[in-house]
Design a protein around this ligand. Structure first.
Ligand code: NAD
Length: 484
């Protein structure tokens, strides 16, 4: 018998209003391992109602910042207690080795919850000197209020960590939430909600409605009592969400995809750059928004670097990530397997040199071989589209100006990395690259205190850091007339 996961609404587990469910398929075995509730607009309405009640007149609405901080710290402790379980839930759902979420996602999530506890008590207003009011003096000040009920829509690639980025900040700000996890990975969000209940969060502050984007996600975007949509996912869905939410004047934060450049100058430390580029290409099977999938290499190093990257790709052990010694599992789903292979074929057809990997034939499990293309041009489809798989495209450049122009010649602008020993040049290039985050001699450093987000098609807004909590508040100004 397979496990079944229900929604979590107002502190209780409940089935979909029409009793329907979604099957969850293991990407290693292609077997159904569980089912979850297929949410409806009615389920969303119930969850939003519970979140509204807590926000407006529930126990949650009466807590001050210090009290919210205490709950956040308790939740952080419980997530730490269950870190291995949470990492395993995410890893098993997408066929990833649980080593990665144990090392990266969970520590980051726990740090976010603890950092948010600090932000909860710092959401201060300002006093603002003014010219008065028709000759009388006034006192004007601002207060930070929670933006309202948030709809948090999450993808499948790092589900727990991305859920916590949203949750920690919005709870610090005093909001309540309906989380819609990806239909592929509902489990960790449901466990997180149960941990929040154990920590003492009032029922209805954190609700989880599982289901599809065009059903549950859309119902959240259309719901009149959802004040803000915080979305992480593809630009295609982001565009539709912005349209739907925009008509209703909801606040929208969009964390979308990327085609991030790794710029390797001749003077870079070869080994460090190689390690960083391989990590940025192959971690989580390349299914990372910040994947450094465009490898721009200066001519003097290009041939040797591409060959070494191809060796690194061939050295990755691919298979069941639960087995010892296996570094890379399958991609998360059949659609992803087909998509990645389609792009690899396009790279071959458009004339890039295939140095390692190639189109994979379907076996049991959706395994894709780590793939490296060299001698590519930036106008090739494999250099323009987000592939979201373990595929790297090496492009050669001559000058710094050309490197910056290539880096910026993209519809995306999420992250970038600069590899060089010349730190003056590193800062110059970092300033010139259009991206939300630039790493100098390190690929995609993440930290709870750092803002994260992109420009152009990579999204709108920032998560993380104190600014991430402020983004879940509205600034209200209050003016008192002070008669003479
Ligand atoms: P996706 O857009 O297909 O789905 C993301 C979430 O949105 C899912 O929960 C899905 O059910 C929901 N959804 C889909 N269509 C919707 C709609 N019309 N209305 C409301 N909700 C909808 O993305 P995915 O395949 O799950 O994730 C991969 C994408 O996410 C990649 O493009 C990746 O770069 C991006 N991503 C970005 C970041 C970041 O921080 N910028 C982080 C992780 C992933």
């Amino acid at each position: 018998m397979t496990n079944h996961f229900n929604h979590f609404i107002e502190g209780a587990s409940c089935a979909a209003s029409d009793g329907r469910s979604i099957t969850l398929v293991n990407p290693i075995t292609e077997q159904v391992y569980a089912t979850c509730a297929r949410g409806t607009a009615q389920d969303v309405n119930r969850a939003v109602g519970a979140a509204c009640t807590q926000l407006e007149r529930g126990a949650w609405s009466r807590l001050n910042g210090a009290q919210r901080a205490r709950l956040l710290l308790k939740l952080a402790d419980l997530v730490e207690r269950d870190a291995h379980l949470l990492a395993d839930l995410d890893a098993n759902a997408i066929g990833r080795s649980s080593v990665e979420p144990r090392r990266m996602d969970l520590p980051n999530a726990i740090a976010n919850l603890r950092a948010a506890a600090g932000w909860a008590n710092q959401l201060e207003g300002r006093t603002i000197p003014t010219g008065g009011y028709f000759g009388s003096k006034t006192l004007s000040y601002t207060v930070r209020e929670p933006v309202g009920v948030v709809g948090a829509i999450v993808p499948w690639n790092s589900p727990l960590m991305i859920t916590v980025w949203k949750l920690a900040a919005l709870l610090a700000a005093g909001c309540t939430v309906v989380i819609k996890p990806s239909e592929e990975t509902p489990q960790s969000a449901l466990h997180l909600a149960a941990l929040a209940q154990e920590a003492g969060f009032p029922d209805g502050v954190i609700n989880v409605v599982t289901g599809y984007g065009d059903e549950v996600g859309r119902a959240l975007c259309e719901h009149p009592h959802v004040a803000k949509i915080s979305f992480t996912g593809s630009p295609e869905a982001g565009r539709e969400i912005q349209r739907t939410a925009g008509v209703r004047f909801k606040r929208v934060a969009l964390e979308l995809g990327g085609k991030s450049p790794q710029i390797v100058f001749d003077d870079a430390s070869f080994d460090d750059a190689l390690r960083g580029c391989a990590l940025g290409l192959f971690a989580n099977q390349g299914q990372i928004c910040a994947a450094g999938s465009r490898i721009l290499v200066q001519r003097g190093l290009a041939e040797r670097f591409a060959a070494a990257l191809a060796d690194a790709a061939r050295a990755v052990t691919v298979g069941d990530p639960r087995e010892p010694g296996i570094q890379m599992g399958p991609v998360a789903k059949k659609a992803q397997f087909d998509r990645v292979n389609r792009y690899i074929q396009l790279g071959i057809d458009q004339g890039a040199s295939l140095l390692a990997g190639g189109v994979s034939t379907p076996e049991r499990g959706w395994f894709v071989r780590p793939t490296i293309f060299a001698n590519a041009r930036n106008d090739m489809t494999i250099a323009r589209d987000e592939i979201f798989g373990p595929v790297g495209t090496v492009i050669t450049f001559d000058s710094e100006d050309e490197a910056v122009a290539l880096a910026n010649d993209s519809t995306y602008g999420l992250a970038a990395t600069v590899w060089t020993r010349d730190l003056v040049r590193a800062h110059r290039v970092a300033a010139a690259v259009k991206a939300g985050a630039v790493g100098i001699n390190c690929w995609s450093p993440l930290d709870a205190n750092l803002p994260w987000g992109g420009v152009k098609t990579s999204g709108i807004g920032r998560e993380g850091g104190f600014g991430g909590a402020l983004a879940y508040t509205e600034e209200k100004v209050i003016t008192v007339l002070l008669p003479a």
